[in-house]
Design a protein around this ligand. Structure first.
Ligand code: ZN
Length: 108
């Protein structure tokens, strides 16, 4: 799971993505994976625990890609009016990772 590179607190992806939603052209960014990853890596996030700022590129890329997929898979995942993410991204990511591990075990 994503952690703050400065204080080590576990970060909530829904909260992180929420910080990106007020961006100009956010709607465009959130419908194009390459554009999203570029914007994500260069975005300055603020840790809700310690208040320090850091770039998105300090967070796991694989999780960011999954987050993009999840947001696009579920209709209405983003509440654009209130600039909030409706999905519990951390739970979905955890579930996804569990299934992947299980899959690997089965395929041995
Ligand atoms: Zn922090």
């Amino acid at each position: 799971m994503a952690k703050c590179p400065l204080c080590g607190a576990t970060l909530d992806w829904a909260e992180l993505i929420g910080q990106m939603l007020p961006m100009e052209n956010a709607r465009e960014i959130f419908s194009d994976k390459d554009g999203f990853m570029e914007a994500f890596e260069g975005f300055v996030f603020k840790c809700p625990s310690c208040g320090e700022e850091f770039y998105g590129r300090n967070l796991p890329t694989k999780e960011a890609e999954k987050v993009f997929d999840l947001l696009n898979e579920f209709k209405g995942s983003i509440d654009w009016e209130n600039k909030k993410v409706r999905l519990r991204l951390n739970s979905l990511l955890a579930l996804d990772m569990m299934l992947e591990q299980w899959d690997r075990k089965v395929k041995g």
